[in-house]
Design a protein around this ligand. Structure first.
Ligand code: NAI
Length: 332
């Protein structure tokens, strides 16, 4: 099948082509994101392959349907960028990658936590500059501290297990408790998690219910000086409220791999341009904030699995088989 691969970067091309040896699809790589304007580039294709910042909304899906596209395959676990209801209405199948190394994201989350707590990025910048001072680099022992995990699915549970290994007390909050969490930590209501945690880490999907789950009200409830880590989705956090909490000291630090307005910024080199997003510029100016550009998934293992699963879904669609990675419709 001919497939238009949107938001394609060098590594996407390399890894997809490698995985495609077992499938033989005709891959058309498009550097631009999928939008109503770029849909025509998929003319002649049977499927499009997208990533997290391609906005696959009803208008885009309508345009794809008019071109005869029958499948949208996102190279991600998260699927908040795909309007599954519109896809169903238009008769377009939509798939994601339900299973790929959750260790990639969980381990990166631990890295971000250590980096923000122990000011590792800042220290490295200093030593490159010949500055070996320790002032401003003091963190706290994680051992004995309480870590709150919001969303105890695949990634949240692995992260929780690693933190347990650090000697932390682990609290979890999830409307769908997992029996496998029992040996790692205790489920509590969200207010208790916010009030008792020294570290809060977000691992739930972005849905209408979780949008701005960390807002001004939630931040008022956190333990003063707590660290917030978000490797899940930017929209879980109200960035302006977080900036206010960092300024007041209510939050002791922030580590994010995702950002609500990341679609305008991430996965591109903007170092030669004037960045007009004042919120991200404010965030990166804080000494106790670390921002990475949505790279938690970016390991050889995870990318290999993502590309293989995506191509398997496309092959299954072509053969008319059931799609085991179909994007679920929202629970009403
Ligand atoms: P999962 O589906 O295994 O786990 C998500 C958990 O969140 C589930 O247990 C679910 O019940 C829970 N949840 C749903 N609503 C909730 C709420 N209101 N409050 C608390 N918990 C709630 O998903 P997985 O694989 O663990 O991924 C989690 C998220 O990580 C994804 O949705 C995605 O947004 C993000 N992600 C980020 C990546 C990155 O590179 N930064 C890469 C992969 C995933």
């Amino acid at each position: 099948m001919k497939v238009a691969v949107y938001s394609a970067r060098r590594y996407d091309k390399l890894m997809l082509e490698r995985a495609n040896a077992a499938h033989g699809h005709e891959l058309l790589f498009v550097q631009d994101a999928l939008s109503v304007d770029t849909v025509p580039l998929a003319a002649g294709c049977g499927a499009v392959c997208v990533f997290v910042n391609d906005g696959v909304d009803a208008a885009v899906l309508q345009a794809l349907q008019e071109l005869g596209i029958g499948l949208v395959a996102t190279r991600s676990t998260g699927f908040n960028h795909v309007d599954a209801v519109a896809a169903r209405r238009l008769g377009i199948a939509a798939v994601r990658v339900t299973d790929y190394s959750p260790y990639s994201v969980a381990e990166f989350t631990v890295g971000l936590l250590l980096a923000v707590n122990r000011r590792i990025a800042r220290a490295s910048q200093r030593t490159r500059d010949g500055n070996f001072e320790l002032d401003g680099l003091m963190g706290f022992d994680l051992h004995g501290r309480t870590v709150g995990v919001i969303g105890t699915g695949k990634i949240g549970r692995i992260f929780a297990g690693i933190m347990r290994g650090f000697g932390c007390r682990v609290l979890g909050h999830d409307p769908f408790p997992a029996p496998a969490f029992a040996g790692i930590g205790d489920y509590v209501a969200l207010p208790q998690l916010l009030a008792e945690s020294d570290v809060i880490s977000l691992h739930c999907p972005l849905t209408p219910q979780t949008h701005h789950i960390v807002d001004a009200e939630a931040l008022r409830q956190v333990r003063p000086g707590a660290l917030l880590v978000n490797t899940s989705r930017g929209g879980l956090v109200d960035t302006e409220a977080v900036i206010a909490a960092l300024k007041s000291g209510q939050l002791g630090g922030l580590a994010i791999d995702v950002y609500e307005q990341e679609a305008e910024l991430f996965f591109q080199d903007l170092s030669g341009t004037v960045i007009t997003d004042d919120l991200i510029q404010r965030l990166v100016s804080f000494p106790n904030v670390i921002v990475t550009g949505h790279q938690a998934f970016f390991t050889r293992e995870a990318i290999g699995q993502i590309m293989a699963t995506t191509l398997e879904s496309i092959s299954a669609f072509e053969r008319g088989e059931p799609l085991r990675n179909a994007i679920p419709l929202p629970i009403s």
